[in-house]
Design a protein around this ligand. Structure first.
Ligand code: IMP
Length: 430
């Protein structure tokens, strides 16, 4: 029985990780967000009420779970505090006895967002399509060993010294990109005020995670974005700037690899992507538009329309490999109702060669032709089904065929946005 479960998106993000985390947090004593920042938008619907979380772990909605924002998350203190206030107003307890934030987490500062936007503009047609939340520039500071950490927001002298050391260079780049430079105090003074509010939450979160694991309690690691957006293993350079893959969860959270850890890959029943970059099974025609409207495929963070297309088995097989996925959750099955057949990409053709597992460089290789097979569709809506027996026979067939083709059990099938609209075929914690 695993006492750690890592929830990882096996596509380009937006797979429904928020809903699955919220569901599984019910049996977790700890939920850890291990990477990313306010670029994520994890949507959770509880009793018809929609909550979009950007930085606070989706486990916060389970009153029994303790939540951690780990050291590899880049924290925008302003939006984090707004999110905490919104949760508070909704009656959800976000006090320090429910939430700990790593003292080591890198702070997203106003110049990061400015640099993000200016760099995107400078890239022109080659733009990545970032969320504009300053994620790339903040991670550059972390890995360039020059950034500001949350603990620095509680020590004015240290913050001033750090900003004095880094701002001249950042301002030169801002100027080079046609932007306005920033002065130390306009950044430091509001940041210190935010730091004072965050101080009670700041901890050595690695110690918290290690303790829960040593006590054999259930720990859920929640990732953001998706495998194909991973900075190393994704469709680089059209990726985010963090390691999103499941094995990173432990290193980034400051604990060793547990002996019995499950990895639950989350995939939609079709594929979406936001921003630029290769997407071999994209449908830019009527079918893609139908998926976008029916699936409400608009970004939870930016509101941008998501690109939509067919489920891509070679891409999924690659993602299963890099994450060490032990089981899958299939989301948004209800969106496919109403189709007489569902096109699924079963292989990639390059001339006479057929590939059934992707590699990162092949995503943008010339001559790639997705091989589409029509799997039987179903007419009846699935809304809210909680038992496989309630699904039309073709929908059941879709799940079973996918499971046997990929060789991984599909433990959860999501049939609607609410927590309760889920078929639990087997318990991922069991
Ligand atoms: P960044 O993370 O804002 O730098 O954006 C880099 C790429 O990742 C862009 O294509 C974004 O659209 C994409 N991205 C970042 N966060 C998410 C997410 O939570 N869901 C889906 N795509 C994302």
């Amino acid at each position: 029985m695993p006492n750690s479960l890592t929830i990882v998106g096996v596509q380009w993000g937006d797979e429904g990780k928020g809903k699955v985390t919220d569901l599984l947090a019910h049996d977790a004593s700890l939920v850890v967000r291990y990477q990313g920042g306010a670029n994520a938008g994890h949507t959770v619907v509880v009793e018809g009420r929609k909550v979009v979380l950007h930085q606070v772990p989706s486990g916060i909605l389970n009153p029994e779970a303790f939540c951690v924002v780990g050291p590899a998350v880049v924290v925008d203190p302003d939006t984090l505090l707004d999110e905490m206030d919104t949760l508070d107003l909704a009656g959800i307890n976000v006090s320090p006895d429910r939430l700990a934030i790593s003292r080591q987490a890198t702070v997203v500062l106003p110049y990061h967002k400015r640099l993000d936007t200016l760099r995107e503009a400078a890239r022109g047609a080659g733009r990545i399509g970032t969320t504009g939340r300053g994620i790339g520039p903040a991670y550059e500071d972390l890995f360039g060993r020059t950034g500001v950490r949350l603990a620095d927001l509680c020590d004015a002298d240290r913050l001033f010294a750090r900003l004095d050391a880094l701002l001249p260079e950042r301002n030169a780049v801002l100027k080079f990109l046609g932007g306005e430079s920033m002065d130390r105090n306009s950044i430091a003074l509001p940041a210190l005020a935010l730091g004072a509010r965050l101080k009670p939450f700041l901890r050595d979160t690695g110690e918290v995670v290690a303790r829960h694991m040593a006590e054999g309690r259930n720990v859920l690691f929640e990732s953001a974005q998706g495998t194909l957006l991973d900075v190393l293993h994704g469709t680089w350079p059209f990726v985010t700037s963090s390691l999103t893959v499941a094995p990173a969860a432990f290193a980034l959270s400051g604990v060793g690899v547990p002996a019995h850890g499950g990895v639950l890959g989350i995939t939609k029943a079709y594929t979406t992507r936001v921003g630029s970059g290769p997407f071999p099974t994209e449908d830019t025609g009527e079918y893609g538009e139908w998926l976008r409207q029916k699936g409400g495929e608009f970004g939870a963070t930016t509101g941008r329309p998501r690109r939509c297309g067919h489920l891509d088995l070679p891409a999924l097989r690659y993602a299963l490999r890099v994450n060490g996925v032990t089981a899958l959750a299939l989301t948004k099955m209800d969106v496919l109702s109403g189709l007489s057949s569902v096109p699924v990409c079963t292989g990639w053709r390059f001339g006479d060669t057929v590939i059934d597992i992707a590699t990162p460089d092949l995503f943008s290789a010339p001559g790639l032709q997705p091989i589409l097979e029509d799997w039987p569709g179903w007419a009846a809506p699935l809304d809210g089904a909680t038992d496989m027996a309630d699904l039309p026979v073709e929908a059941r067939g879709y799940v079973e065929r996918l499971e046997s083709t990929l060789g991984v059990p599909i433990q959860l099938v999501s049939t609607g946005s609410g927590r309760e609209s889920t078929v639990v075929r087997s318990d991922p914690w069991a």
